[in-house]
Design a protein around this ligand. Sequence first.
Ligand SMILES: NC(=O)c1ccc[n+]([C@@H]2O[C@H](COP(=O)([O-])OP(=O)(O)OC[C@H]3O[C@@H](n4cnc5c(N)ncnc54)[C@H](OP(=O)(O)O)[C@@H]3O)[C@@H](O)[C@H]2O)c1
Length: 361
Amino acid sequence: MSRVLVLGAGAIGQWLGGLLACSGAETLLLARPPHLEVLSSRGLQVEGSPGGFPVRAVASLEDLTPDERRCDWLVLAVKTFAVEAALAEARQAGLNPTRVLAIQNGLGTDDQVAACFGKARTFVGSVTRAVACPAPGVVRPASRGGLALAPMARGEHPGDLPARLAAHRVPVALLADAAAMKWSKLLLNMVANASCAILDLSCRQLLVDRDLFRVELQALREALQVMERRGLVVVDLPGYPVRLLARAVRWLPEALAFHLLGPSMASGRGDKPPSLLLDLRAGRAMTEVAWMNGAIALEATRLDLDAPVNRFLAQTLTALARGDLAQGTFRHDPGSFLERLATASSPGQGKAGGGRRSSGP
Ligand SMILES: NC(=O)c1ccc[n+]([C@@H]2O[C@H](COP(=O)([O-])OP(=O)(O)OC[C@H]3O[C@@H](n4cnc5c(N)ncnc54)[C@H](OP(=O)(O)O)[C@@H]3O)[C@@H](O)[C@H]2O)c1
């Protein structure tokens, strides 16, 4: 690998770009303000690592030379809702990468990337390391987790990318089935994410509430049902025994799951607040919930199943982000949230959530 172009210099784009730059690849980051100015003037800082990382920030793909547009890897590191526009820019600029890595959480964007660059060039990545961006041009990676990687076209090989990351103590798992990997990652992402955003609660606050924990369990069980119907097998991801989580979610009685799973789910996130809560607090009109809980609900419908909890979470959070529901409608108010969920769930399927059964935290 000699050249990497990272499209989207946020938390993950800077972290991966920094690691690949350290491994000796010429690394270009397509960056926006305020990261752009800091990366251009001072370089990239990774907390805990001395010195700056040798990346070059560019403001526009049009600034690249024809040679630079032919990179070995294009890393697409924008959020799901920005993928379409980013791909249009890439097409417009005539980017011609040998391989593309799409690292978005949630479902659906891999097909967009494959449609743009071809399945044979497209690799799907699931990043299990939480990376925060405490200041422009600064990233703070957690110590747990790594990267799982799967080709969109079976049998394609990612060259020396895994070895380059592994050399910097990032565990990389090469998997065969991209869909199974993405759904397994979604099981991790959906825990205490949309509900925390809607209620403006931390994971720990949410998961010590028995009724709110039940909602998480129901949402996970809906996702597992869809996976089962699709014949997708849950896989472990670097740092996260997802198969064990899935077994516990499926088989543990709720009371036992609450005591055994709740604390480990809360600690699994580390100190980083849930991504959907961060998006909502940042005042974004778009969040990734449609590609997470919303995608589960859609897939359930397509398969003649129902996923009322995921549908409710996606619809409610989308309405809050767009301003169709007033910000703060459910802030610190599990009672109203549970009532609304019970009403919104399909009567034919039994009420999801079921209102308040126990006293709150
Ligand atoms: N952070 C994590 O811990 C983590 C872990 C696993 C997976 N992921 C997934 O990785 C993806 C990226 O997450 P992130 O946390 O790195 O997001 P992020 O910090 O918001 O970074 C995305 C960056 O891309 C920029 N961008 C968007 N469209 C662009 C375009 N057309 N051209 C250039 N730059 C563009 C954004 O700028 P603006 O802010 O100006 O829009 C932002 O700086 C998400 O799907 C997320 O779910 C994140």
